[in-house]
Ligand binder design. Structure first.
Ligand SMILES: [Zn+2]
Ligand SMILES: [Zn+2]
Length: 254
């Protein structure tokens, strides 16, 4: 599978982008960065997007993606999230105040609503076109679920933001042919207390999570906070685990 990393940081400036991933050009995971890095035509090709949690850095471009889709003659975009996450998105974002609820407005171009919501039951595997998705809860400050995504015989795991966690690793270890795990390391080791309080990982706790993962695949640290990106990178390297990598904003072929 092809993984296009549109945003690999937990903050943004002119050279760093918020969390957003695109698989084989048609399925997205998180929407911090989608519209800001994709052409109108590329946005029109996205068929589904999985949202890990409603923090602004993971949904920033979602209202704009929906709006752009509304102005194109394309099928509905399916927004997937664990049920508790989807309920928050609809209540707090697509509520007719912050943004319209485009699931209830028919596009004059396509004759269909621009979006369709699909709430996932944690741990239950569902299929959508060629992809299988399993939402698995993680440990963050608010309701949050990562996703195990299976496509053409390969699997990839995205935790989204999380502190130390268990369930998604148990599932990962039972999943066939995992080709990559994308998790996070937001703060450097000298800010461990802040990482713990905000339910994020540092390279040190990323290293502890690595011990829970038995699959032999690269495990990427995403969501670095900008001022500490070099520190985090060297601390990940110092873990001396050949699976441990820092996620870069580039295209990966897995
Ligand atoms: Zn975040
Ligand atoms: Zn978050």
């Amino acid at each position: 599978m092809r993984l296009k990393v549109l945003g690999a940081y937990g903050a943004s400036d002119a050279e760093h982008n918020l969390t957003g991933y695109l698989i084989d050009d048609w399925f997205a995971v998180d929407a911090g960065t989608l519209t800001s890095k994709l052409s109108f035509a590329q946005q029109g090709r996205i068929q589904g997007v999985f949202i890990t949690h409603p923090h602004a850095d993971h949904i920033r471009d979602l209202p704009h993606l929906i709006h752009n889709r509304f102005s194109q003659n394309v099928g509905s975009l399916t927004i997937f999230a664990a049920r508790d996450v989807l309920d928050l998105l609809v209540r707090d974002v697509f509520n007719g105040i912050v943004w319209p609820d485009f699931s209830e407005i028919v596009s004059p171009l396509s004759g269909k609503p621009a979006v369709h919501y699909r709430a996932l039951t944690p741990g239950k595997r569902i299929t959508f076109n060629d992809v299988a998705l399993t939402a698995v809860p993680v440990d963050h400050q608010i309701p949050a679920s990562g996703v195990i995504l299976e496509l053409n015989g390969q699997s990839i795991v995205f935790t989204g933001d999380t502190g130390p966690t268990q369930e998604i690793w148990k599932r990962t270890n039972k999943t066939p042919n995992v080709v990559a795990v994308v998790t996070e390391a937001s703060f450097p080791n000298d800010q461990q207390a802040l990482a713990d309080e905000t339910a994020h990982l540092s390279p040190q706790t990323f290293g502890e999570e690595l011990k829970k993962i038995t699959v032999d695949a690269p495990v990427y640290a995403s969501h670095r906070k900008i001022p500490y990106e070099r520190d985090i990178e060297s601390q990940i390297r110092n873990l001396r685990d050949r699976r441990a990598r820092v996620l870069l904003e580039k295209n990966y072929t897995l």
